[in-house]
Every structure is written in C-alpha cells, then in structure tokens.
Design a protein around this ligand. Sequence first.
Ligand code: PHE
Length: 342
Amino acid sequence: MGIREELQRLDEELDMEMARAETLANIEALRVRMLGKKGQLTALLRSMGALSAEERPKMGQLINERRERFTQLLDERQQKLQQLEQEMRLKREQIDVTEPRALPRLGNLHPNTLVLNQVVDCLTGLGFEVVEGPEVELDLFNFELMNLPKDHPARDAQDTFYIDDNVVLRTHTSPVQARIMTTRKPPIRIISPGRVYRADEVDATHSPVFHQIEGLVIDEGVSMADLKGTLDAFAKRLYGEDIQVRFRPSFFPFTEPSAEVDLTCVNCRGKGCRVCKNTGWIEVLGCGMVNPKVLDMCGIDSKKYSGFAFGVGLERITMLRYGIQDMRLMYEGDLRFLKQFR
Ligand code: PHE
C-alpha cells in the first residue's frame, strides 16, 4: 500500500477511534498507537527511506501534517475529557449542607439535676446565691457550731462516718451555714446543694449517700413569715399552684423555733391516698428560725439580726416530683430508668 493510501486509512482509523474514545485512558492509548515510538505514523515516517528523492519531502510534509493534526485532535479531546472528569468529580464530591444529618445519641440530665435546676432557678429568682461547701467537713462546722456539742444526744440521729475526732463526712448541708456566717456579714441569702453522708442502710427511701439543699437567710427583721413565703413559692413552683405548705412544730438544735414542713400530697392533691397514708399531707423538709445561740457562736449579733434556715432532701422532692417509688433507681444508672426524664 502506498503512503497516501496508508495515511488515508490512518485518518479513518483515527476518526473512528476518536468517536469511540470515552476516557482519558482511551485517548492515551490512541496517542501511543498513532504517534508513539512504535506508532503507526512513526512507522510510516521510517518507511520513507524507500521513497525517491523528489517524493520524500512531499510525503514527509503530508506525514507531518498528520502528526500535527492528530496531536491537536488528541489534545483537544484530552482537555475536554479532563474537564468532564473534573466536573463529574465535583458533582460526586458535592456536600449538601442542608441535608438533615443523623443525630448523635444525646444523654439527658438526671432527675435529681432536673429538680435541683428548678429549685435553683426559683430561689435565685428570689435573690438567693448558690454556694458550696466541702463534703469532708470539720466536726466544728458539722456539729459544734450547729449547736450539737460532742456529748449531745441529737448527734446519734445522724450516726456519722468519722475520718478522725475532728473530721467527718458531713451529715447534712447545714455546716455551710456556719461557714458562711463565720465569714460574711448580713444580709446573707444563700442556698447550698450537695452530697451528704449517713450510716443508713439502703432501702427504698434511704441511702448512706444522698443530697440536700440548704437555705439560709439572715438580715434585720427576718421572720417566720419570710420563711413560710419562701417555702410556699418553692412548693408551688415545683408541684403546682394548688399545693399548700403546712408547718408542724419540731426540734433541731440549730433552729428555734423549729418546724417540719408538709406539702399537700402531690399524688392525690390532698384527697388522701396510699402515699400520704390518707392524711392528704406529706412531709418534705426541716426548717426554723436560726437559733440565736448559733448566730452568736458564728459571730453574728443575735440582738440585731435574725434569720431562717431550711434543709431539704433532694431525692425526696425528686421522687415526689416524678412519682419515683424506689430511691435506689436513682443511683443504679439503668438507662431504661434514666431515659424517661427527657
Ligand atoms: N440539717 C437538718 C437535717 O439534715 C435539716 C435542717 C436544716 C433543719 C436547716 C432546720 C434548718 O435534717
């Protein structure tokens, strides 16, 4: 076959292959087949040795024109395919930022925390400040300054974990009262939530570790009416506007007079049921007017100032709030229980 015919055939072959080429790899293979060292056009160039001297430059020119044209066609196609590939990749990698994502598994607050937050919210709204005290406490603050001297029988009621003669795991949050009164001047308006410890057996309503929230107000002219008003707001906020507060006389060495506070039974709303043993009332906390002796021991002039204090069990009010029957549920970390408080 002559060179012209051969070139004609290569033109056709290129056209055909170009029509079929879909990928960059196809183009590259075609380039090698036509223009590579062992390619067809190169072979044709080599075969020119057999031509006559006049024919050689003409044929050479024709072959070179092909080389240029083929190169140009292949380059163009290569560019187009590269561009296409780029576009496809961009499309493939596009992220739809508006697409809703799978939500991570969220935890939720412990029921104790939920109720504590409500209490804190309510009382800070009334002007109370939240303070904390240590769980490993001096006997001085836990007992002595709370008017519970070493031989006082009321100590037995809070049978205690002693670290040594002078250090205890606090049996109530009341030592925070002493810490505040010995370091601040009135007016004082604080609440103090935290963990307390008692040598109690575990059962549905007892745990050797539980939580209390202490409240303390000291100023000139503070009366029992202020105490009752505060607890009334607290009870209504937690359990509803229909809940009433009732005071019963009681005894604590650090308050005088002292009271136990009952609320309208949150289960039957006062009608009488199993929870309130048909009385319509449930006991929730202890409180009273700060004993003048305690004020004086802590360096606050009891002739000028008076105050009230209360201490409430967090687990107790949480169980009432949610109708939890067994205190142990709150410490076991069972998700089936905890998930119910979302
Ligand atoms: N500290 C008492 C207790 O743990 C509760 C209390 C606090 C009573 C403040 C009166 C005043 O039982």
